[in-house]
Every structure is written in C-alpha cells, then in structure tokens.
Ligand binder design. Structure first.
Ligand SMILES: [Zn+2]
Length: 75
C-alpha cells in the first residue's frame, strides 16, 4: 500500500476496519467488480455474500453482519 492509499484510507470511509472493503481490495479486479455489483443489489442477501467470502478464506462472519454494515456505512 502506498502512502497515498494509506492517507486516503485514514481520511475517507472506514475501509481499514471493514472486512468487506478489504475483500474488495484484495480480490481480483473481476471478482471485486462482481462483489460490488452483488453488494449493490438487494436481491443478494448479506448471508449468501458472507458465506461465499468465508469460503474464499476471508474472516467474514457467515451470518452476514459485516456485509450488512458495509452496505449501510461504506456506500
Ligand atoms: Zn466496507
């Protein structure tokens, strides 16, 4: 992470403590785009998104708490 990224992260949305934002940054460009699209579409439940992220090895609560918080706080 560059210094600029770090400053923007401190300055902006709470990306540093949001696991969903971490996933978006960490996934490949294609997967991140799909994740962002699913997060923006309420027909995809927080639980289903969380389960997929858990299966990918991210420390996401499978109940979807962080996904719901991301949808409220980070958009
Ligand atoms: Zn987030």
């Amino acid at each position: 992470m560059s210094l600029l990224d770090e400053i923007q992260s401190e300055n902006g949305k709470p990306r540093h403590d949001c696991i969903v934002c971490f996933c978006i940054n960490d996934l490949s460009t294609e997967d991140a785009a799909d994740l962002v699209a699913c997060l923006a579409d309420p027909s995809y439940t927080a639980t289903s998104i969380a389960r997929v992220l858990t299966a990918r090895g991210y420390p996401v609560n499978p109940e979807g708490k962080q996904v719901r918080r991301h949808r409220k706080m980070c958009v």
